[in-house]
Design a protein around this ligand. Structure first.
Ligand code: SF4
Length: 379
């Protein structure tokens, strides 16, 4: 674990956000750009803004030009490439828009409703697959959420809700309270998830006692899980560990959903050390996503599937039982697919979830021939 020179736990989470790096002029204090690079990066930020907390900047090894943390937060001229060597791209690879029921509700699988509660995040990750909405303003949060709650109440087939975004933990605690508490009263919900990358990018948020009290109060009424998103062992700092401990101390289970990213975690060693360091702080390795064919992301972040399978298999050989519990996943338009492995030139997939109305396709095996450099499957 990287030693930290500053005690981040004492800061006011809202006030500290005002110190985020949000433009190229501020970024120049942390990196050298040529005039040409600067021009390109200014173009990039017109499409996907910059937002980097000081905490996250502090994790960068300044002398390493290939630092994985830098790659996840600094804009890159490669983002000007809409579709490159890895193939065609889309802004909506998971097909979210087709399942939009209004008021931020995405209802793709019968049993799960995902609610986009905010478009703001503590940090704007360069690999984000929801980058088409992240960073856009939204001032109707609570009104929309009331509509979302009504939709969920009227659909008894929904057993669980994911509050997502953006990052819901960036909402004021009072707003989060008004969203969460009505969900506790919905009898047919077994559990609720709040998806957040704050443990990795902004654990400062988890030191707000009012937030922890709210999560504890809710968890006593309805089981609460936190899916989070650590991609590299260097994100697992003492502050992150302490933040996660505050969640675990109130009985919340934290599961990790990483993304396989070129230049960030694309070796067996990277994956092994990520999963091991997560277990050390009590976070369950849950998913490793194949990077989706997202516009301005795929070209420079996606790892070919065959290479991904090899490195995941190699990492799993050295991991203990809990470390190797994570599934290598394709978040496909047709549903979630587990990547089981290769037989000769064929990829073997198992469908884990199917869209509403297609339940007969869930749990099926799919075997498909793929090229050495293929980064996605067409189904
Ligand atoms: S925190 Fe999540 S939603 Fe926000 S930019 Fe990063 S990956 Fe996207």
């Amino acid at each position: 674990m990287k030693n930290e020179t500053m005690d981040w736990t004492q800061l006011n989470w809202k006030a500290e956000l005002t110190n985020n790096v949000v433009n190229i002029d501020q970024l120049k204090e942390y990196a050298d750009f040529s005039a040409e690079e600067e021009k390109e990066l200014r173009e990039v930020t017109k499409v996907h803004p910059i937002n980097i907390p000081r905490y996250y900047l502090n994790l960068i090894e300044k002398n390493d030009p290939n630092d994985p943390i830098r790659r996840m937060c600094f804009p890159n001229a490669d983002e000007l490439v809409v579709a490159g060597d890895m193939g065609e791209t889309t802004q909506d690879p998971y097909g979210d828009d087709k399942h939009d029921k209004g008021n931020g509700v995405l209802h793709k699988y019968d049993y799960t409703a995902l609610v986009v509660a905010t478009e703001y995040c503590a940090m704007y990750c360069r690999h984000c697959f929801r980058r088409r909405v992240v960073g856009r303003p939204n001032d109707q949060t609570l009104r929309k959420f009331a509509g979302a709650t009504k939709y969920i109440s009227n659909h008894p087939e929904i057993t669980n809700v994911i509050i997502s975004g953006g990052d819901p933990m960036m909402l004021p605690t009072s707003v989060l309270r008004q969203m969460l508490m009505p969900l506790a009263e919905i009898e047919h919900l077994d559990f609720v998830r709040i998806g957040t990358r704050t443990p990795a990018t902004y654990p400062i948020r988890l030191f707000d006692d009012e937030l922890i009290d709210l999560l504890q109060e809710f968890n006593e009424k309805k089981a609460l899980y936190i899916p989070t998103h650590f991609n590299h062992t260097n994100e697992v700092t003492p502050t992150a560990a302490e933040g996660v401990k505050r969640l675990r101390n109130i009985g919340i289970t934290v599961n990790n959903q990483a993304v396989l990213l070129r230049g960030v975690n694309d070796t067996a060693k990277d994956i092994k050390s990520l999963m091991s360091s997560l277990l050390r702080i009590g976070v369950n390795p849950y998913y490793l996503y194949q990077c989706m064919p997202v516009s301005r992301v795929r070209h420079h972040f996606q790892v070919p599937l065959k290479q991904g399978i090899e490195l995941v298999d190699k990492a799993k050989q050295d991991l203990d039982g809990y470390g190797k519990r994570f599934k290598f996943i394709i978040g496909h338009d047709i549903g979630k697919l587990e990547i089981c492995g290769m037989i000769d030139n064929k990829i073997v997939l198992k469908q884990l979830h199917a869209r509403s109305g297609y339940s007969e396709t869930a749990s099926r095996l799919i075997v498909q021939e793929i090229d050495d450099n293929a980064g996605w499957v067409t189904l």
